[in-house]
Design a protein around this ligand. Structure first.
Ligand code: B1M
Length: 210
């Protein structure tokens, strides 16, 4: 099956076509990860490139994101369908001031598929909410996402808040998102960094020794 139209439909934000190509591809046996890695994520990268080049503006970002999210609703249960036992609990969230959630949702779905129980706090999550959630869930790991250079400092602030609350040693903290680097993770004292959803699962497994 030629899947180039999948890339094109995300790029132009055609949600209906995106969903129908995804459904058809799955029916023909194409794996969900291949659809994401080879077509849908590259299309979002091109959307970002066009935005930077002033060829796309916020409305185009929004309609492409809507197409991506619609198709992710179909893919998410498949990514999460591992049938394995829970090996740990992870709190995920996009940091304060940041509304990007497509990558965070993928990380959450892959973690579920990797056997973790996921507590998803959504977007625009302030440090206090991460801390509150540790108290409520006794999670092993906090996974923070940021897509904006201006919101990345929210990761550092959250780690500092964990230290102030005296619970930094009770939980591992990992970070990710397009502008985030290993260097930044080291700088702010995070326990790990990953640049994609699959690597985030491996990292979490290492951190809980699974
Ligand atoms: Co925004 N946006 N956006 N945007 N947007 C970016 C991030 C940008 C790079 C575009 C660009 O200029 N090229 C740019 C940031 C520049 C910067 O800071 N350096 C940008 C900007 C500027 C903005 C606004 C400020 C625009 C404006 O209003 N003027 C605004 C900010 C709003 C806010 O958050 N307060 C804004 C708004 C939006 C929309 C709402 C329109 C929409 C988001 C919709 C949504 O998420 N529901 C949007 C989109 C779609 C993008 C781009 C085009 C695509 C992001 C995406 O979904 N990628 C993006 C350009 C780009 O990144 N190429 C852009 C696909 C996704 C699967 O990848 O999220 O990177 P990603 O996740 C990956 C990895 O990073 C990693 O795994 C994922 C899967 O492999 N990962 C983790 C992510 N989180 C992780 C956490 C982990 C581990 C791994 O935990 C440990």
């Amino acid at each position: 099956m030629d899947l180039q139209p999948l890339y094109d439909s995300v790029l132009i934000g055609d949600a209906k076509t995106t969903r129908s190509i995804v459904e058809q591809a799955l029916a023909e046996g194409v794996g969900p990860q291949q659809l994401l890695d080879d077509y849908m994520i590259p299309a979002m990268d091109e959307v970002g490139r066009r935005f930077e080049a002033n060829e796309y503006f916020v409305p185009e970002l929004l309609i492409s994101a809507r197409a991506m999210k619609g198709a992710l609703e179909i893919l998410r249960p498949l990514l999460a369908d591992s049938g394995s036992q829970t090996i740990g609990r992870v709190i995920v969230g996009t940091v304060r001031g940041d509304l990007h959630d497509i990558g965070k949702n993928l990380v959450a779905a892959m973690l579920e598929g990797g056997g973790f129980e996921v507590v998803d706090l959504g977007v625009d999550v302030p440090p206090e909410k991460f801390i509150e959630s540790i108290g409520e869930t006794n999670a092993d790991i906090i996974a923070m996402s940021a897509l904006l250079t201006t919101t990345m400092p929210g990761m550092k602030t959250t780690i500092e808040a964990l230290e102030s609350a005296g619970i930094r040693n009770n939980v591992k903290v990992i970070i990710g998102g397009a502008p985030v680097t290993q260097r930044y993770a080291d700088e702010i004292g995070a326990d790990g960094f990953s640049d994609n959803a699959s690597a985030a699962v491996r990292l979490c497994r290492d951190l809980v020794n699974a």
